[in-house]
Design a protein around this ligand. Structure first.
Ligand code: NOJ
Ligand code: CA
Length: 582
């Protein structure tokens, strides 16, 4: 490590993603809130994290649970107010936990004043330039301006009604009709966001996770998109539209925000801001192109989350990350779970978890194959060991440390994700990974989610009764629980070298096999993932047969599961090897 330029705090940080609605409910209305989080921060400090990322907690009609922002400079009343935010920051600061906000630049809510005043100002006004308002096609303008499809289904265009009741212009909304797209070619939009960033930094936020930045640009003239093959999932259609995906405006947005962040740091010595992009993309090169000294500090690399249970894919992801880092010094953030994907305990327990193609964002959500949660849990434990020693920020999603499975059988009446209705009730959406956290085994307090209140209301999504066994208080003193494993991994990670990258290890598949060793890395049948960081060696066995561990890598310092025979790594299990502990 270069002592004159110590690594910034986020470079190897562990960030815990809080779905605010689902973490802890302080006032008993069945909805998570900021005071609930403040009350539970000690639990997160004990887990060993460095920062939290709050999913959007601004005032919002909640049509896409906060990703439809009505006011970027306030707190959603269901979650508290600015004073509650200040209390959260104060307690987090006391515990040395930083707070990241979620910023949504591509779209706001139809309830946002920006949109309301644009509607009121009428066609041709400057205020309509904040959005994409266009006349419709056809003699009476009754056809949408182009053929673009929205991410969550249906046309991306929605027709307005004039004050006199006649049909008016159309506006663009790439997600739901409640989320009108902002026009990033319009300087007042950019200025408004500069102020929003500074507002939250002034209140103590340490940075932002940037929502859906890849779609902020649109091809001038808004030409039709190429036709989409029949049968494409609605949630796949928008990514195939070259007129909205990864256009040059994405770089422009990042350059602007980085210069605002750099200026803020210069004015506020000691502040160390991080901008991280949710940059889903067709290639790692494109994603990495956004991370440099003029743009993002770091960005998500979602491959571990999208992988099935095939070792060569995990080796490839780690290798790709390493190559990218070596080429450009790019910082990539790793993650196994988030609020848009099926939880990994279930994902990896699907009977098709070995399918030869990698999962896509959607079949994570839509696979109907049977799930063996026990198998999935073993694999999720092993995944945490594979991920845990990687350099770069690591993002955890609330409840993953309890091994919560996806709730696959939420009743239809409970489903709230707009994908459900927008897809014509063919795609259930993402509610199954957003079910409120079980803290205790007490059903009368929503399993501790609404602790501290008498007779709380039902939680906003129903919790399965079996979750009482997975509650945090049931796991905390059990050395074999998922929670203990996560604590152990994070503690060992903190103690490990800050060496910036890892060396992949090419282990023979059996002790007699040494002559083949150089082929094993590329061999798709090789079930072993192995790498070394500093003096820690990580070995995972994704196959069905036991594996003989090398004898020259030290002792087992962490194991994801029981290893009954010395020197043998069972199926679906991972270990960290290293010098014996003092
Ligand atoms: C990505 C977010 O993660 C997702 O939850 C949201 O629905 C879309 N962006 C739209 O903001
Ligand atoms: Ca509440």
């Amino acid at each position: 490590m270069n002592t004159t330029h110590p690594l910034p705090w986020w470079s190897n940080a562990v960030v815990y993603q809080l779905y605010v609605r689902s973490f802890a409910d302080a006032n008993g209305d069945g909805i998570g809130d900021l005071d609930g989080i403040t009350n539970r921060l000690q639990y997160l400090a004990d887990l060993g994290i460095d920062a939290i990322w709050l999913n959007p907690c601004y005032p919002s009609p909640q049509k896409d649970h906060g990703y439809d922002v009505a006011d970027y400079l306030n707190i959603e009343p269901e979650y508290g107010d600015l004073a509650a935010y200040d209390r959260l920051i104060a307690e987090a600061t006391r515990l040395n936990i930083r707070v990241l906000m979620d910023i949504v630049p591509n779209h706001c809510s139809t309830e946002n004043d920006w949109f309301k005043r644009a509607l009121a100002a009428g066609a041709g006004s400057e205020l309509r330039e904040w959005f994409y308002f266009r006349d419709g096609k056809g003699d009476d303008g009754s056809l949408p301006p182009n053929n673009w499809q929205a991410w969550f289904g249906g046309s991306a265009w929605n027709r307005t009604t004039n004050p006199d009741g006649t049909p008016g212009q159309w506006y663009l909304a790439m997600f739901t009709p409640d989320q009108p797209d902002l026009n990033w070619n319009h300087e007042p939009v950019r200025l408004a966001f500069d102020n929003i960033l500074r507002f939250w930094w002034d209140r103590g936020a340490a940075g932002f996770r940037i929502d859906a930045p890849a779609v902020v640009g649109k091809t001038p003239g808004l030409p039709d998109a190429p036709p989409v093959p029949e049968g494409t999932l609605v949630t796949d259609i928008a990514v195939q539209n070259p007129h909205v995906y990864h256009r040059p405006e994405v770089h422009e947005l990042f350059v602007r925000w980085r210069s605002v962040a750099d200026a803020y740091e210069a004015e506020h010595p000691g502040r160390d801001i991080v901008l991280i992009g949710e940059t889903f993309g067709p290639s790692l090169d494109i994603i990495a192109s956004y991370v440099n000294e003029r743009e993002l500090h770091t960005t998500f690399f979602f491959t571990l989350l999208l992988n099935n249970w095939e070792a060569h894919r995990w080796r490839q992801a780690i290798q790709d990350g390493g190559n990218t880092l070596a080429k450009g010094g790019t910082s990539l953030a790793w993650t196994l779970n988030n609020h848009d994907a099926q939880r990994n305990v279930s994902r990896l327990g699907h009977s098709d978890a070995h399918l030869p193609s990698s999962f896509t964002f959607n079949n994570l959500i839509n696979s109907h194959e049977p799930v063996d949660v026990e198998v999935g849990t073993r694999r999720a434990r092993a995944s945490m060991l594979i991920q845990g020693a990687l350099p770069g920020p690591l993002f955890l999603y609330f409840g993953e440390e309890l091994g919560l499975p996806e709730v696959l059988d939420l009743p239809e009446w409970a489903l709230q994700d707009p994908i459900w209705e927008r897809s014509g009730r063919t795609e259930r959406g993402r509610d199954g990974c957003r079910v409120p956290m079980p803290w205790t085994s007490d059903a009368s307090t929503n399993y501790g989610f609404s602790d501290g209140t008498d007779a709380p209301q039902q939680p906003w999504l129903p919790q399965p009764a079996q979750w009482s066994e997975l509650a945090a208080d049931q796991q905390t003193n059990d050395p074999n629980s998922m929670l203990s494993l996560y604590r152990d991994v994070l503690a060992a990670r903190r103690a490990m070298s800050t060496q910036p990258w890892v060396d992949m290890l090419d282990l023979p598949q059996s002790p007699d096999d040494t002559d083949q060793a150089t082929d094993n890395q590329a061999n798709e049948d090789n079930p072993i993932v192995a790498y070394k960081r500093g003096n820690t060696t990580v070995i995972a066995n994704l196959g069905s047969e036991p594996f003989v561990l090398p004898t020259d890598c030290g002792e087992i310092i962490l194991a994801s599961g029981h290893c009954p025979e010395p020197g043998i790594l069972p199926s679906d299990t991972a270990v960290w090897l290293g010098p014996a502990r003092q």
